[in-house]
Design a protein. Structure first.
Length: 143
């Protein structure tokens, strides 16, 4: 019984570490960062985002920001009053769930000029299938 628990624990830890080791940090816009004049849809087109990955927005503090919005606010470049505005200049977002993510700049007309990004976050790229470990059967007793 102790052996099967140890094997299960080992498999669980291996799964967690393999997912963490495979996580990627994507810097939005690469060397250009988060600013006007970058086609973020083209930037994201050849990238695959997974749960466990991070997305980092680099920009000049006081000149830009990042806001996560929903799809309709993304299209209209609207910022709901309840949306937190990220302003550190080096904002990192950890993906903990799958689904679509929409980000815009709420500075002046930056969003309407194209400073916005939509991506889809998928399940982790490598999930080890944990099959149940058979319980150890008792050793036969001599008769």
């Amino acid at each position: 019984m102790a052996l099967s628990r140890a094997l299960f624990l080992f498999a669980l830890i291996a799964t967690i570490f393999s997912t963490m080791a495979m996580a990627k940090d994507f810097v939005v816009g690469d060397e250009w960062g988060w600013r006007l004049g970058v086609d973020y849809q083209s930037w994201a087109a050849n990238k695959v985002f997974h749960v466990g990955d991070t997305l980092t927005f680099n920009y000049v503090v006081g000149k830009d920001n990042v806001v996560r919005v929903n799809g309709s606010d993304f299209k209209s470049c609207s910022v709901p009053l309840t949306s937190p505005v990220l302003t550190s200049g080096h904002d990192t977002i950890l993906f903990t769930t799958t689904g679509r993510r929409w980000y815009i700049s709420s500075v002046a007309d930056h969003c309407s000029l194209g400073q916005k990004l939509v991506i889809t976050v998928l399940q982790p790229s490598s999930q080890l299938a944990l099959s149940p470990v058979p319980s150890a059967s008792p050793s036969p007793t001599p008769s």
